[in-house]
Design a protein around this ligand. Structure first.
Ligand code: CTP
Length: 406
């Protein structure tokens, strides 16, 4: 007799990726076998109730997270990355799927804006520590009450009313990142911020900022990852609320049209940061590559007006070689100036032009190594860019001509 085989890990992942009941039920059964109760929690419950797709699965576990995570990893053919101090862990699927599991917990904030101190607690306590009512719901995956909605804070009512509402008056003080989250969710779902919540939010904005640069940057990244129109509206609203004060005053009014022309989230972040004073931006742990892009973006006006005077491909190339290519791409994408054509030609064509002559060739011609090399090679490149030479033979001929002239 054939034994009943359990589906292969790929099949399990496929079911989980689509958040099917079969996949979720299976998670709950495995948890029960490990003596734990498992819940879908937070954004994933909100999105399911809204009929929206979610990519990640957030689970809260009443029980031993490490044991459950390791068992699931075995069944799913992956590894469980466990962080003991936080009692949280992650399973990663073959197609970028992600399942986060956290011990149900209580939280206390030692100081406003700091990361919370946590201790194990029930699922109800866990829901009470969250940011907004619509994010404070759970759905049981346990076989005995599968699918049961836990909604002690009336999240479903607020979903229907389309409201973002905090759970208590100290919410924004405890965790000021919620200022950014409230506006982001309101704009993403076209919800209103509930009036009392808005009063609390405005009060929290007025207090001196207590968040680290890292946490501010994380919030800006989350905003940048929202769809185009959502991120522009979120930024404009945060600015009008004064919540971007940690970046100083914008150098010029933030233009929604310009910000709205960007496609990539990373480029959106660079453009946004370039609209603020460098001294403030440097307080954030921004990567060097991003800082280089922002400094090019800050010079957009100067670059465009200089380009207006430059005619030949070589003039354009040698001038633009001083700038960051991603920054130049963003300028071309977001400004409507004639000179943008020149940037586009530089990025697509001129910047890829190479000459065939090398330093070794110059050595063979008996030229003493030194600054002259750069001068000659640059002149050759300029000649190639301006179509005065096409190949190595013509480069060598021109070089010979220059050397004879000297
Ligand atoms: N959460 C919170 N306070 C925060 C961050 C998160 O209470 N400052 C809780 C919320 O319950 C939230 C959950 O942790 O739903 C997961 O956080 P996160 O992944 O940031 O948000 P999602 O709700 O999943 O939303 P998104 O769709 O933006 O991923």
């Amino acid at each position: 007799m054939k034994s009943k085989k359990s589906p292969a890990p790929q099949k399990r992942w496929a079911l989980l990726r689509r958040s099917t009941n079969t996949g979720l039920r299976w998670l709950g059964e495995i948890a029960a076998q490990e003596g734990a109760k498992l819940y879908l929690v937070g954004g994933v419950v909100r999105d399911r109730l809204l009929g929206k797709k979610t990519l990640d699965i957030d689970l809260a576990c009443e029980g031993n997270v490490q044991r459950l995570g390791e068992r699931l990893a075995k069944e799913l053919g992956t590894r469980f990355l466990y962080y003991p101090p936080f009692k949280t862990g992650t399973l990663q699927g073959p197609k970028g799927e992600r399942i986060d599991i956290a011990r149900t917990r209580k939280e206390g904030y030692p100081k406003p804006g700091e990361l919370p101190k946590v201790e194990p607690a029930s699922i109800t306590d866990d829901l009470h520590r969250r940011d907004f009512t619509v994010n404070a719901m759970a759905q049981s995956l346990h076989p005995s009450d599968f699918g049961n909605l836990l909604d002690p804070l009336k999240g479903q009512r607020d979903l229907k009313k389309r409201l973002i509402r905090v759970l208590h008056d100290k919410s924004f003080t405890d965790d000021p990142t919620r200022i950014f989250r409230a506006v982001r969710y309101a704009e993403r779902f076209s919800f209103r911020i509930e009036p009392h919540t808005l009063v609390l939010l405005k009060k929290a904005v007025k207090r001196t900022p207590v968040l680290s640069g890292e946490r501010h940057l994380y919030e800006l990244r989350c905003i940048a990852q929202e769809p185009k129109e959502v991120r522009v509206r979120t930024i404009k609203r945060l600015e009008s609320l004064g919540a971007l004060a940690f970046l100083g005053k914008p150098l010029a009014p933030l233009s929604p049209t310009r910000l709205g022309r960007i496609k990539e989230s990373c480029e959106f972040l660079c453009l946004l940061l370039s609209l603020f004073d460098e001294t403030h931006v440097k307080k954030l742990p921004v990567k060097k590559a991003c800082l280089e892009t922002t400094s090019t973006l800050r010079e957009a006006r100067k670059i465009l007006s200089s380009l207006a005077r430059l005619r030949t491909p070589s003039q354009i190339t040698f001038y633009l070689n001083n700038y960051d290519q991603r920054g130049l791409g963003i300028i071309a994408e977001t400004t409507r100036a004639k000179s943008c054509d020149k940037i586009a030609r530089y990025l697509e064509d001129y910047s890829n032009v190479k000459i065939s002559t090398t330093g070794d060739d110059l050595k063979r011609l008996g030229i003493q190594p030194g600054p002259r090399y750069k001068e000659l090679l640059d002149n050759l490149l300029a000649s190639k860019l301006d179509a005065r030479v096409r190949n190595k033979r013509e480069e060598q001929a021109l070089l010979g001509h220059w050397l004879r002239e000297k």
